[in-house]
Design a protein around this ligand. Structure first.
Ligand code: SAH
Length: 349
């Protein structure tokens, strides 16, 4: 009870109105709420004592009030400019966030959980199991960290790091809200990627957000999908696609289908044809992801010609599709390569 009473919730994630109420509760004038908001979200202070526009006496009283920023444990830059960050959370857990620069954009790939319970058999994160959900401030922090480190505004946020965002929907939704209104990133520039959790896509649809929903389909039939994605056993492909259609109806937003290409497993013409049957007339976009190697399984990256043929079949049937370029491969920062177990070796190298 006593320790609970002492725990002050972090301010990160609080809106302008909430910060105004908070400063007033500290007997400070309302305009300090606006200042606090700016110093947390624009200037990225890590401690309230750094806010030099605040009176000195008050600042020293605030030294115990946490903002909720995580420490950078390790920063690792790939040859293509992609930067992987290992972030240390309050309880010592380590998560990963990735900054992906392109000419016009800076995309942040954020984690939503420590580890992941989904155990997809081609994904490194799943190999280590699930530890816990991230709090919303631990998600927001990842965006601010990348923004600061690059010294550039983040343009896009993708929930494609460690974890299954729809298994942590409540905290993910508050993080999305804050990333949108407090950091100022448009909802259309935010993507939430899910393997599909029964009931959750409909729940998300009801929020009527303008974010992009990406669904990790990965296979063109139920049998193959449940081999690759064990949780698919409890969520039939037809049911998943039906929920995606409802998502499109309610939100008016097209859905992105992610499809990992594993050489000889799901990248053959018959798979493309089968996928076409499911997606005909569906307001969607297919994102083909060439498999990024992980050590535990011996899948192969798809051959260039198989990838092109797959893409061509989709296009011939008017299904819009693109191939995702792998970024950060040499630093294990690419899709599916994020794991906590490498941390020890990396931290000493
Ligand atoms: N749990 C969410 C987010 C996971 S990561 C989801 O399943 O969508 C984002 C994408 O990377 C997912 O589509 C995931 O299936 C894919 N991915 C996982 N392992 C991969 C690998 N080794 N190579 C390429 N993509 C991978």
């Amino acid at each position: 009870m006593t320790t609970q009473a002492k725990t002050i919730p972090p301010l990160l994630g609080a809106s302008k109105a909430q910060l105004k109420d908070w400063v007033e509760s500290q007997q400070q004038p309302a305009y300090r709420g606006q200042q606090l908001h700016q110093w947390i979200y624009q200037k990225g202070v890590r401690s309230l004592t750094e806010i030099t526009v605040f009176p000195k006496a008050w600042r020293s009283e605030l030294s115990d009030t946490p903002i909720g920023r995580s420490a950078i444990h390790l920063r690792s830059e790939a040859r293509d400019g992609t930067v992987k960050y290992l972030l240390r959370l309050e309880d010592g857990q380590i998560i990963e966030a990735v900054g992906i620069p392109t000419q016009k954009r800076l995309t942040v790939c954020v984690s939503s959980q420590v580890g992941c319970a989904m155990a997809c058999n081609f994904c490194a994160t799943g190999k280590g199991g699930f530890t816990r959900n991230l709090a919303s401030h631990e998600i927001i922090d990842q965006v601010l960290t990348v923004q600061e480190d690059f010294g550039q505004r983040v343009s896009n946020v993708v929930f494609m790091g460690m974890g299954e965002p729809l298994s942590n929907l409540e905290n993910v939704l508050s993080a999305v809200q804050s990333i949108n209104t407090d950091i100022g990133i448009g909802q259309r520039s935010i993507t939430v990627s899910t393997v599909g959790i029964p009931g959750q896509i409909r729940k998300l649809a009801k929020e009527k957000l303008q974010i992009t929903l990406a669904v990790s389909l990965h296979a063109s039939n139920q049998k193959l999908r449940s081999q690759l994605v064990p949780t698919a056993q409890g969520y039939q492909l037809e049911a998943l696609l039906k929920d995606c259609r409802i998502y499109v109806e309610i939100t008016g937003r097209r859905v992105t289908f992610e499809y990992i290409l594993l050489s000889g497993v799901n990248d053959q013409p018959e798979h493309a044809e089968e996928l076409v049957q499911h997606l005909r007339g569906f307001q969607s976009h297919v994102n083909l992801i060439p498999y990024n190697p992980i050590s535990e399984v011996d899948y192969q990256r798809p051959k260039g010609e198989d990838m092109q043929r797959f893409l061509k079949i989709l296009e011939e049937h008017h299904i819009t599709a693109s191939v995702r370029r792998s970024r950060g491969l040499d630093r294990d920062a690419a899709c599916g390569q994020l794991r906590a177990s490498q941390i020890q070796t990396e931290a000493v190298s």
